[in-house]
Design a binder for this molecule. Structure first.
Ligand SMILES: Nc1ncnc2c1ncn2[C@@H]1O[C@H](COP(=O)(O)OP(=O)(O)O)[C@@H](O)[C@H]1O
Ligand SMILES: [Mg+2]
Length: 213
């Protein structure tokens, strides 16, 4: 079983949206997949699944609402892909999850504040013994190509000693079409716009190739 976790300190950075999109893409391609929803406050993924079932949107897959990092790590039933949607700002839980998954994804909007938060989380995780090659930063809610380039340049200046930080070359744009899809319990790969879907699929596929390498 491969395990991937989406983590961040702040909310609204697309942890849940990316977790759902990865599950939809994998399930559509015949993979056995489940999500652990660890966000006690919002249960974004569990509610999203309930609405999908009500509206007969396919594919669906198991979503486990769990209350602790240990439960999140233990709730799966040998699916080929286990996805953990972590809550915002839960540092000890985050560390435990990161130490026990194959890939840790940090979705990060391109503001300096969000990048700095992700960098401090990354330093903490490396300190906690999580290998650098299991960590990947993906820029989300990006306004323009210029903003993406600037953000990549900024993050490249961070010093991780001998190892270098993995940053996805593809990013997710800030788009009304994504918001609308999420509102209607579709994934960001199932919007009404082919270009948005292809762009989101590009990010999901890059993440999967890192996970399955
Ligand atoms: N790329 C995007 N473009 C526009 N709105 C977005 C985008 N990504 C997320 N949103 C909005 O932000 C909300 C929070 O996203 P979500 O994935 O739940 O974040 P998190 O799980 O990190 O808190 C979504 O419900 C949606 O309204
Ligand atoms: Mg969430």
């Amino acid at each position: 079983m491969n395990k991937v976790a989406f983590i961040s300190q702040s909310g609204n950075v697309m942890k849940s949206s990316l977790a759902c999109a990865m599950a939809v893409e994998c399930s559509s391609n015949g993979l056995d997949v489940a999500i652990a929803d660890l966000d006690k406050e919002h249960r974004t993924v569990a509610q999203w699944l309930t609405t999908r079932i009500e509206n007969e949107i396919e594919p669906t897959f198991p979503v486990h609402s769990v209350d602790s990092a240990t439960d999140a790590l233990n709730c799966f039933n040998n699916e080929s892909l286990a996805i953990i949607d972590a809550p915002s700002r839960a540092t000890s839980a985050t560390a435990l999850i990161a130490q026990n998954v194959d890939l840790v994804v940090l979705p990060t909007p391109p503001s300096k504040k969000d990048i700095d938060l992700s960098l401090s989380t990354l330093y903490q995780l490396v300190n906690d013994g999580v290998p650098m090659n299991r960590l990947v930063l993906v820029f989300t809610r990006v306004g323009s190509a210029a903003e993406l380039n600037q953000a990549i340049e900024y993050v490249r200046m961070a010093d991780f000693g001998d190892s270098s930080l993995q940053v996805l070359s593809s990013a997710i744009w800030e788009r009304v079409g994504y918001r609308g899809a999420i509102n209607d319990s579709y994934s960001i790969t199932e919007t009404s716009f082919q270009t948005l879907n292809d762009s989101a699929k590009g990010v999901v596929h890059q993440l999967l190739s890192k996970l399955l390498r």
